[in-house]
Design a protein around this ligand. Structure first.
Ligand SMILES: Nc1nc2c(ncn2[C@@H]2O[C@H](COP(=O)(O)OP(=O)(O)OP(=O)(O)O)[C@@H](O)[C@H]2O)c(=O)[nH]1
Ligand SMILES: [Mg+2]
Length: 303
């Protein structure tokens, strides 16, 4: 029998302000859609493990909610989760926005990571300056300089998660940091999320892209049932939760047009995900203060 090849593996947590492109970058690195993306801040609500596996290495990226000041039980859980995951990870990938440069929000996160260093739980930090497709050379250079002045990371990589520019170089670097270790996931697995959550998130993504102001933050989706109705058809029932009647009205839309559009678009992406025909049944329900409902948050797997 051939001797087992020594393998390397590790968990790299993504930190950064909301909306800097952490989930887009995670998807680009994994090469599959493991996290939903939107132009609204606070899109990601759970810690999502995305898995990339090579012949003798396994890189597990932990996509996280953006670092923020908690306002309710939901955002409190999100923020605690970020802090827990950062202290458990083997490395941190701090994502900043090259178009906007380094600001107070990024400095706050840098202090958080420095605090971990002081507490003796230091992990190596790599910085990705994302969205370089939106910044000219001078702006990118200024951002890289400001990132270096954070005095946090050995290496800073200009990337565009959208175009893929710079991503392979960043990935090589992250793989190079992996310590010896076993494979935690099978080579074919891309994410640790349950099917129920993945499908609910695909519905929520369609809602996020069609709503604005407070609505995106007030919406959650719960998949109630996934049932194979026929060999070639899966029936999915999902409930869209909102906090107020007026948000419910916006989501249903005049003559039910909005919820219809959301349903059609979500069904298409879910059919692609499952590789089968799907019947998607959506209903909208008001659940006041769901963001403060600890038991509901438990049930939704936001912990
Ligand atoms: N132009 C450009 N846009 C990008 C890039 N990466 C991400 N975006 C866009 O930035 C927005 C936010 O992306 P997300 O990946 O959802 O950001 P996030 O950091 O995960 O956000 P939260 O989950 O809310 O913390 C989306 O509209 C993305 O399409 C990039 O490299 N270039
Ligand atoms: Mg995200």
């Amino acid at each position: 029998m051939a001797p087992a090849i020594p393998t390397r593996s590790g968990f790299v947590a993504l930190a950064g302000r909301p909306n800097v492109g952490k989930s887009t970058l995670a998807n680009a690195i994994i090469g599959a859609k493991v996290a939903i993306v939107s132009d609204k801040p606070q899109t990601t609500r759970r810690a999502i493990r995305g898995v990339a596996t090579g012949p003798d290495w396994q890189l597990i990226l932990v996509d996280l909610p953006g670092v923020q000041r908690p306002r309710d039980a939901l955002t409190e859980r999100m923020q605690h989760r970020v802090e827990r995951e950062l202290s458990d990870a083997d490395g941190c990938l701090l994502v900043i926005n090259a178009e906007q440069g380094v600001g107070p929000g990024d400095r706050f996160i840098a202090e958080l990571l420095r605090g971990a260093r002081a507490a003796g739980t230091e992990i190596p930090v790599t910085i990705a300056a994302n969205k370089v497709d939106r910044a000219n050379q001078a702006r990118t250079a200024a951002c890289l300089q400001a990132a270096a002045e954070l005095d946090l990371a050995q290496e800073i990589f200009p990337v565009s998660a959208r175009t893929g520019a710079g991503v392979p170089t960043l990935v090589d670097h992250l793989i190079g940091l992996l310590p010896p270790g076993p494979f935690y996931f099978s080579a074919a697995q891309r994410s640790d999320q349950t099917q129920t959550v993945v499908l609910a998130e695909l519905v929520r993504e369609q809602i996020l892209s069609r709503t604005r102001e407070e609505v995106p933050h007030a919406v959650e989706v719960e998949v109630i049932e996934i049932r194979r109705a026929r060999a070639d058809l899966v029936r999915i029932e999902a409930v869209v939760l909102t906090e107020t009647e007026s948000q419910k009205g916006i989501l249903i839309g005049a003559g039910g047009r909005m919820i219809k559009q959301i349903g059609v678009a979500a069904r298409r992406t879910i059919e692609r995900e499952l590789g089968t025909k799907v019947h998607l049944e959506l209903s909208v329900r008001v659940r006041r203060h769901w963001r403060a409902d600890e038991r509901l948050l438990d049930r939704l797997g936001i912990e």
